[in-house]
Design a protein. Structure first.
Length: 204
């Protein structure tokens, strides 16, 4: 496509690098920003800049945070002895939308995937064990995607954490096999948390 302006072309190319944004969508966004009040473009630029420069990660659970501890970890209303283990902070947001979980979280930072060169040593598993020892944890809820990588990680964690003598549960399989947790609808995910089952009872 020929653009009437080099500046417009550069804006379209930059926007099209975002996930799910093709050239046509990028052009619509660029033209919308061009026609909109200058405050919108300025606010967008400032917000994205602050996101990149000021975003922190919780020193306790590794969730996104504005402070050293995230809002969930620092809340006195959360059950501190119950930790929900997830792969990514996007899973935290998905579960929080259900309003069914009242414990805290632990973000692993990925899933075990030998094909991608990701072993247990690259995940925040040691930090999870330290929390179990220091925080008097009584239950670990494994909320990992129903994929080969998710099942592999869950199985590894269950064996590694077994000596700590705590309850290890997993979300019930309302989540379809091969499904990513962050894409599950809220009702299905909420029921999966409410009806969590002991790990190992679903054929692991």
């Amino acid at each position: 496509m020929e653009y009437p302006s080099k500046l417009l072309e550069e804006a379209v190319l930059a926007l099209s690098r975002l996930p799910g944004i093709g050239r046509k969508s990028a052009l619509r966004l660029a033209l919308f920003l061009l026609r909109s009040d200058a405050d919108l473009s300025r606010d967008l630029s400032v917000s994205v800049g602050r996101l990149r420069s000021e975003m922190k990660y919780c020193a306790r659970c590794s969730n996104m945070s504005d402070e050293e501890l995230c809002r969930i970890c620092s809340s006195p209303a959360r059950r501190q002895g119950l930790i929900c283990v997830v792969a990514d902070f996007r899973d935290v947001m998905a579960i929080e939308q259900t309003r069914q979980f009242t414990g805290t979280y632990h973000v692993l930072g990925g899933l075990i995937s030998p094909m991608d060169g990701i072993g247990p040593e690259k995940l925040r598993i040691e930090e999870l064990e330290n929390r179990i020892l220091e925080e008097h944890v009584h239950e670990i809820l494994l909320a990992l995607s129903a994929t080969m990588e998710g099942d592999t990680t869950a199985f590894y964690l269950a064996k590694r954490l077994a000596p700590h003598q705590l309850t290890i549960s997993t979300i019930s399989r309302g989540i379809s096999i091969g499904g990513e947790l962050e894409y599950a609808d809220e009702l299905t995910l909420a029921r999966s948390i409410q009806h969590r089952v002991p790990f190992g009872s679903q054929g692991y």
